[in-house]
Design a protein. Sequence first.
Length: 327
Amino acid sequence: MASGAPVVGVDVGGTKIAAAVVSGSESAGAVEHPTNVSSGEAVIAGIEAAVREVAEQPEAVGVGMPSQIEFATGTVVASVNIPLEGVPLRDELSRRIGAPVFLDNDANCAALAEAATLGASNLVMLTLGTGVGGGVVIDGRIFRGHTGLGAELGHQVIQYDGPPCQGTCPNRGCLEALCSGSALEREAAAVAKDFPDSPLGRVAAQRGELHGRDVVEAADAGDPHALELFDRLGMLFGVGLSSAINVFEPERIVVGGGLSRAAHLFLDRAIGEARARALPQLAARVEIGLARAGADAGLVGAGLLALHEIVSAKGDTAVPTATEGVR
């Protein structure tokens, strides 16, 4: 930056707040503290403290968080685990820190970091965890829709009469309802009930519940019921991937999130299904694989977001894209 002051990226989660100086596709001097979710004020104070610990007076700050953000105003529209719903967080943090602050969904920030890491101008990222999130980068910039709430990739319908979706989603058969960690645990519980003598059935009887790692362990041990669950998850995820290919025609599709650690059990199946279902000319031009930006993707992407927006606000016609990184 012209001023020599650093750009700071902040990754806000339900359990931790992490901040770091961001340069290129790298982060430095990272700090991390537990998130105090006792009140909105406590969360805001925690973000401010993390930024100050990294850089007393940054040039700009980017913040990514697992919430629906109205990007134009920097207002938190909806937030499940962090008590900031309805808060004009961008303006409040800008006032406290004394620097421009830019706020976005954490999956959007992670997608921006992946695009920078891979050198891709057009990328779709899907994160498989408790739910299914995602981000879209088009021509090196985050795609958000009209007000910033778009690109909810986890809520594309892949089975019209499927199970009810989670949270406030009124739909059925969403990708999140069928391919998330929560969906895997739900299906595993049904298997345990139907086959009490199976490995999953025995774990459920002993503990009273099943976790995703139980299904992974059973599948890795060769349990046919667990392997079938992952095969079905891969097939359904492939249906969703095929839609992303047809709609966005990205260079790259990357898969992240906690469930991606079990990718050896379902990702090849998903890729095969996606390529069989997508328009052949589009499917042949996309590369699909695991996310590569690592654990700091949220931090790096938030820093990239801040740089893009501050340069754009200054009227610089050479606004950097994701592939150019932070300079």
